[in-house]
Design a protein around this ligand. Sequence first.
Ligand code: ADP
Ligand code: AMP
Length: 213
Amino acid sequence: MLGPPGAGKGTQARKLAEEFHIPQISTGDIFRKAVQDNTPMGKKAKEYMDSGMLVPDDIVIGIVEERLDQPDVNAGFVLDGFPRTLYQAERLEQILQKKARGIDAVINIRVRRDAIIERFTGRRVCKSCGASYHVKYNPPRRPGLCDACGNELVIRPDDELETVKKRLEEYEQKTAPLIEFYQSRRLLIDIDGDKTIDEVHKSIVDMLRGEEK
Ligand code: ADP
Ligand code: AMP
């Protein structure tokens, strides 16, 4: 899943993972869990996350490589928030090549800038399972509690406006070039993200099923 922060990658990745019965691999979720558990990697990642910067490539690639060694990825997987730099994308190709695997499609969610800010300000995430909600567009059934696991919903510390601005800058500088990279490999599927969550999901699934034929 490609797209600026707040575009809805996590929301859509989770729905795709359910639809196709494959795991969602979110590097952001892996880092947040490591921060919560106060591991050495979590401590290092936190320094970057809190300031809205990307975590260094070697740390990210290491955790993805480890995750892709797990047996549950054999039937497929949805990568959410990775790769985010050209170097990560190149390394991912090498990692998959070694396993005789490949990428089927890169979903690029496009969203208007003003809509992105609104998505950030209303975002609430589950402390425990990482599910993402929105106070207006995707409210939980019980206010403040996760539908999936019942745990508490919180505001992400990096959703504060100044940090969001830095994250959007990082996206433009380091991640946006991936659009051309995947276009040149004929893998890019552009999706209009300025629709409801269910409508966006439907267009992604329709495009993916079309690709299969
Ligand atoms: P990302 O993983 O790209 O950072 P999220 O999936 O966490 O983004 O979505 C950001 C916020 O926007 C969340 O609060 C989510 O509930 C909300 N959201 C996601 N998709 C849509 C949509 N199509 N319309 C309105 N709000 C959305
Ligand atoms: P996300 O949950 O995808 O919005 O990611 C939250 C934060 O985790 C980002 O702002 C980065 O600091 C870090 N992060 C997640 N994925 C990556 C990645 N692929 N490369 C570098 N940093 C990442």
